[in-house]
Ligand binder design. Sequence first.
Ligand SMILES: *Cc1c(COP(=O)(O)O)cnc(C)c1O
Length: 418
Amino acid sequence: MGNSPSPVWHPFTQHGLGEPIPLIDRAEGARLYDREGNSWIDAISSWWVTTHGHAHPRIMAAIRAQSEKLDQLIFAGWTHEPAERLAAELVRITPNPLTRVFFSDSGSTSVEVALKMALGYFANIGEERHRILVLEHSYHGDTIGAMSVGERGVFNRPYQPLLFNVGTIPFPQEGQEQQTLDALEAACAEKPAAFIVEPLILGAGGMLIYPAWVLAEMRAICARHGVLFIADEVMTGWGRTGTMFACDQAGIIPDIMCLSKGLTGGAIPLAVTLCIEPIFAAHLSEDRARLFYHSSSYTANPIACAAANANLEIWRDEPVQQRIDTLADAQGAHLAMLTHDPRVANARRIGTITAVDIVAPDGGYLSGLAPRLAAFYRERGALIRPLGNSVYLMPPYCTTAADLAHLWHVIKESLDRL
Ligand SMILES: *Cc1c(COP(=O)(O)O)cnc(C)c1O
């Protein structure tokens, strides 16, 4: 633990509370180590990015090799082999209608790109559509556009004057799915440009799960009304929900798909926004005014692309799906032992992700429960970061049975001690 003064301003951290900030020296598999030899099980995959485990040898080797050849290249009007290979492979592993790949560097930017693609499409085909529909409790990132399409709350209150208006569709609560579908149908009739959703599970909104048939129905409604369907698979992609992409479980194909986090196995920042050919075609012209005006300095950074190519090779060559199935089953077995515990509610799982809500009279994000729990877990060798009163586990696929058992043990212990 470092307690000397540091100039670092950490994200989503209240420095005024003076909580210790562990200094991590190295990581391997599902474990983080400090210099004193303490270790923690990374139960949230270092904020949902680490899929196969930390420092996967193949990804590390790819980064090393690429760094010897080409470190960075302007991507406007120039290209390189790692990006070409990655784009071709992404088009190959996603459904056929997704034909174009636009690179950026984070989940938030992939969402900004998706929104700009949708608006650019309608502007270029001369249709007056610019409103965006969103699902209640969504999270799509922390840049202004991404915040605009996400849940409003204490997280973004000071910035609200900058956020644009959207149409909010109620979350499909169990038993009330038809209300969501009716609201979406009504909102789509007003000719919005796009509907953006986190497929099957809303992550930062509290690990809220909804069924695949609702996702399929929502997609069908958008298709009927010519509303572009944006699937934000930034968190759900790369096996988290049990399948490569969450959309696979609903048998749907979005018009635009955002990927990041596990795209490089979680080793280095990179994002892509895939889209259907008509969106690209609408920008295709001899008129420079119609080009897609978006870039960031590190668009398609070669080292990041090499890491992503190694990730795809791991998916191809290693039993990743088998690891996911094993982890998902083990998660399910542990969860089942808590399902009827009166101290928790809404025990839920999708694929490798599990969550329970702690029944506490003073629930809510600012209740102080989440940081107290996080500290409790941290002191017991686990990096678990509750969302309000929801305690969830989203560990890397290499997590051992013993490590998973320890995570559930400390969760039970925290319930006993509350
Ligand atoms: C994390 C996340 C984002 C934002 O990704 P960053 O890389 O943190 O910008 C966007 N959408 C979803 C669904 C996410 O979980």
